[in-house]
Design a protein around this ligand. Structure first.
Ligand code: ZN
Ligand code: ZN
Length: 411
């Protein structure tokens, strides 16, 4: 066994499942929406202070940073996000959300639990490593909180990171640790479209330019951007998630609004698709005879690509193999999901982000299908009202973080 794995076992031997479960279930009962994680942040800050960290609260509203110096050595940042989602929980768990319409449906309550316990384990064992540990409780991952914390001085106010580490709970039979060296998460951009037509009476369409019909053509034609304009070797998803127009059946409205979400894995592909969206919107509006050109606006604050440092990922994947078994670490390739994790450090600082699978064995067994992919598609995923990670992942998720940190803190 390597020193890193052995030290991880030492430092996490006192981590108690029952205590973690109580903390996690309390967070799960009390979910808080993006930028409003007051209670969650206070709970994390309390534990960090008790463990000896110097804690700063209120970064971009509710962000928390704890710093622990333990001699000379690298500066390692560990990150966990804290916000819940506007989803009505339907798990029926005894510790289900007590806040109507709000749920920890992305598992960020688990992330806070892992982060707090990993910070405590490393702090208790500080004589056995050397360096600086920076623990970041991130506000509002679901709503651009990473960028907000950077705007509030995250990069300047704390020791500069040599490396950033983080993990996300994901569907899949509990007990696996998907690692991907290089690109692991896609970029996400949102585009707002306003179609300006000419409104009028529903009985006399010839006096109008109907923006509903024009916007419908736009939605249809946008489906060809990925299928007809994007090479098979490039991955992209384009979704029109919002379509707003009209107030009454017999009134042709004057405008229609669309919102488009775009997922890409390459900046050049993203730019070509954005240009195609603009071209199609302008072309359809011209074809319909709209009196005023449409508005096509790329929303600020898109999420960047998440690209792991390959050497760092290989090292962390190796220690995870050692701790949990060679068969538990697998490379599932890049996902179309997006994260603002990589924004937390300045450009060029290496980072690693991996997944922890969490579907309870009985749920996995009962899911229809034979192969991994069929079952994966059938079990509740993040953002589902039925998302319910298995409690067996509590202690392992602490060990993944502690061991990853120890690969860089001099031992
Ligand atoms: Zn999410
Ligand atoms: Zn998430």
């Amino acid at each position: 066994m390597t020193d890193t794995a052995r030290l991880t076992e030492d430092l996490t031997s006192a981590v108690a499942h029952d205590e973690l479960a109580a903390f996690y279930q309390d967070l799960h009962r009390h979910p808080e929406l993006s930028f409003k994680e007051h209670r969650t942040a206070a709970g994390l800050a309390l534990r960090l202070r008790a463990a000896g960290f110097t804690v700063t609260e209120g970064i971009a509203g509710t962000g928390v940073v704890g710093v622990l110096h333990a001699g000379d050595g690298p500066v390692v940042w560990l990150r966990g996000d804290m916000d819940a989602l506007p989803v009505r929980e339907a798990t029926g768990l005894p510790y289900a959300s007590t806040v109507d319409g709000v749920m920890h449906a992305c598992g960020h309550d688990l992330h806070v639990t892992w982060l707090a316990a990993a910070a405590e384990a490393l702090a208790a064992g500080r004589d056995s490593w050397s360096g600086t540990l920076v623990v970041v409780g991130q506000t509002a991952e679901e709503a651009g909180g990473g960028a907000a914390m950077v705007a509030d001085g995250l990069h300047e106010r704390f020791p500069r990171a040599d490396v950033l580490l983080g993990q996300h709970v994901t569907p899949g039979l509990a007990g696996f640790y998907p690692h991907t060296p290089g690109l692991i998460m896609s970029a996400s951009n949102n585009v707002d479209v306003v179609v300006h037509g000419v409104g009028g009476h529903g009985s006399r369409p010839e006096t109008t330019v109907d923006p509903v019909v024009t916007a419908a053509y736009i939605v249809t034609r946008l489906q060809t951007v990925v299928s007809r304009e994007t090479a098979a070797r490039d991955s992209a998803v384009l979704t029109v998630g919002e379509f707003h127009a009209g107030t009454k059946p017999n009134v042709i409205p004057a405008e229609a609004r669309l919102a488009v979400n775009l997922r890409t894995q390459d900046a050049g592909v993203r730019d070509r698709i954005l240009a195609a969206v603009r071209r199609i919107v302008e072309g359809e509006c011209a074809a319909a005879g709209c009196p005023v050109p449409p508005e096509v606006t790329v929303r600020p604050g898109g999420y960047p690509l998440t690209v792991n440092d390959p050497a760092l990922d290989a090292e962390i994947a190796a220690v995870h193999r050692e701790l949990f078994g060679a068969e538990t670490v697998l490379d599932l390739g890049p996902a179309m999901g997006s994260e603002d994790f990589s924004l937390l450090v300045p450009n060029g600082v290496p980072y690693d982000y991996w997944f922890v699978t969490s579907t309870p064995p009985e749920v996995w067994e009962a899911a229809p299908g034979e192969g991994l992919e069929e079952k994966f598609a059938a079990v509740p995923s993040n953002h589902s009202p039925l998302f319910a990670p298995d409690l067996s992942v509590l202690v392992p998720g602490v060990r993944t973080l502690v061991s990853a940190a120890l690969t860089r803190l001099s031992v």
